[in-house]
Ligand binder design. Structure first.
Ligand SMILES: [Fe+2]
Ligand SMILES: [Fe+2]
Length: 119
């Protein structure tokens, strides 16, 4: 398998694992298993770091400032799409779409603040 091919498969796999471990951690929290939830979050972060290391080594992020600028737009776009999606669904999806959309807006504001400090 070519390195680029493996890299794509690997990072997608790690990303999926991150989401699944965090989903399991939410369920563990709901069941009052706080230590289990915490351990799952730790594993999720380590899985994320595996993918992150691979992307750094592959030179995927060429320029930090350019990347952050790109992410501001991507977060705003994600928010717009998610709000739009929320308008087509009933509860409980509506609320989840809405609050995650507001998180995306907040991410954009945080990144804008960081960019300002880096000027
Ligand atoms: Fe991993
Ligand atoms: Fe986000």
């Amino acid at each position: 398998m070519k390195l680029e091919e493996y890299l794509n498969m690997w990072t997608k796999g790690e990303a999926e694992e991150v989401i699944e471990y965090l989903a399991a951690s939410i369920i563990a929290e709901e069941q009052g298993l706080i230590e289990v939830a915490q351990a799952l979050k730790t594993i999720a972060l380590e899985e994320a770091m595996h993918g992150a290391r691979a992307l750094v080594l592959a030179g995927r992020i060429k320029d930090l400032r350019e990347y952050l600028k790109h992410r501001v737009e991507a977060e705003k776009e994600a928010a717009t799409v998610r709000h739009e999606e929320a308008s087509h669904h009933e509860e409980p999806w509506k609320t989840v779409f809405e609050y995650t959309a507001r998180d995306e807006e907040r991410h954009a504001r945080i990144l804008e603040g960081i960019l300002k400090k880096l000027e």
